[in-house]
Design a protein around this ligand. Structure first.
Ligand SMILES: [Zn+2]
Length: 145
């Protein structure tokens, strides 16, 4: 299988999740945010200046969140800070596709059942933190989603 074919399959497999991300990205754009393609991933961020977009971003319980090949950050700085962490989630979506949307909450439930924090103990989050730490990334201790 060629590299291009693998990339096409990965994008296609994760596409239903990317569509969800595009909806969030569209919201960010509507309220004055911006978007860009960075390394094959669409990144959207809410505006940092005053206004409805900033108000929405301030209420979000994460710095950035990934859906397939789309990452939405509360601010451009959050995207940069959490990029390595969120790229691990992109790879997880490429493997699991739409199943990730079921597997992720199940991993949180399993973590809670084991007495661990549902977010920090989530297997996918643990893997993302480990991968970033192994790369020596500055975002190892940061919280994406
Ligand atoms: Zn995460």
């Amino acid at each position: 299988m060629t590299r291009q074919l693998r990339r096409l399959l990965a994008f296609t497999w994760a596409a239903p999740c990317s569509l969800i991300g595009l909806c969030f990205g569209a919201l960010a754009l509507i309220v004055g945010g911006r978007g860009a393609r960075v390394g094959g991933v669409l990144e959207f961020s809410f505006p940092t200046h005053h206004g409805l977009g900033r108000s929405i971003a301030a209420r979000l319980p994460f710095g950035a969140i990934t859906f397939g090949h789309v990452v939405v950050g509360t601010a451009p700085g959050q995207l940069a800070l959490l990029r390595a962490h969120e790229r691990v989630h992109v790879r997880q979506y490429e493997i699991l596709g739409p199943l990730f949307l079921v597997a992720y909450p199940l991993a949180s439930i399993l973590a809670a059942a084991r007495g661990r924090p549902p977010y920090r103990g989530n297997w996918f989050e643990v893997q993302a933190r480990r991968a970033v730490a192994a790369d020596g990334g500055a975002a190892a201790g940061q919280h994406g989603d």
